[in-house]
Design a binder for this molecule. Structure first.
Ligand code: HEC
Length: 120
């Protein structure tokens, strides 16, 4: 007898895929900033944080939109001009990742916190 068993596949939402990309990009950017390498360019696709479909659409509320807007501003400031403020804006971005996650998706917080760059 052959039992056909379909594994239950969890399909990642648009927002999950975007977030994974944001994590990888900021992890790479962190190394660039620490090594004082040339700056990476702000990835325009991050703007889809404003419309990407969430696993639970009710998580997109006023607070989400407000944090998302501040986050995009901080990321643009990080990746637009290399200056003494680059590190400040990078950490500001990461703290905004954390602020949003504190109320709706707490799982990745420990991983996100590791992105913060502490001054020597
Ligand atoms: C405005 C709110 C908000 C901001 C800002 C934000 N996140 Fe998220 N993040 C979420 C939500 C909500 C989810 C769950 C998405 C879903 O399930 O559809 C998520 C999911 C994730 C995930 C899990 C993805 C997966 O595998 O399913 C990671 C990792 C993540 N975020 C990292 C980050 C990082 C790193 C940043 C900053 C560079 C960040 N997030 C900024 C709200 C936010």
């Amino acid at each position: 007898m052959k039992i056909e068993e379909e594994p239950v596949m969890y399909e990642a939402s648009e927002m999950s895929l975007l977030m994974r990309g944001m994590y990888e990009f900021n992890k790479a950017a962190r190394t660039h900033i620490i090594n004082k390498d040339s700056l990476l360019a702000f990835p325009e696709e991050f703007l889809s944080i404003h419309k990407a479909v969430l696993t639970d659409p009710s998580e997109r509320d006023k607070e989400f939109d407000s944090i998302a807007e501040q986050f995009i501003k901080a990321q643009k400031a990080t990746f637009s001009i290399q200056s003494d403020s680059t590190l400040y804006y990078f950490n500001k971005s990461v703290n905004l990742c954390i602020s949003c996650h504190e109320t709706r998706c707490i799982g990745p917080i420990p991983k996100i916190k590791k992105l913060l760059i502490y001054p020597e």
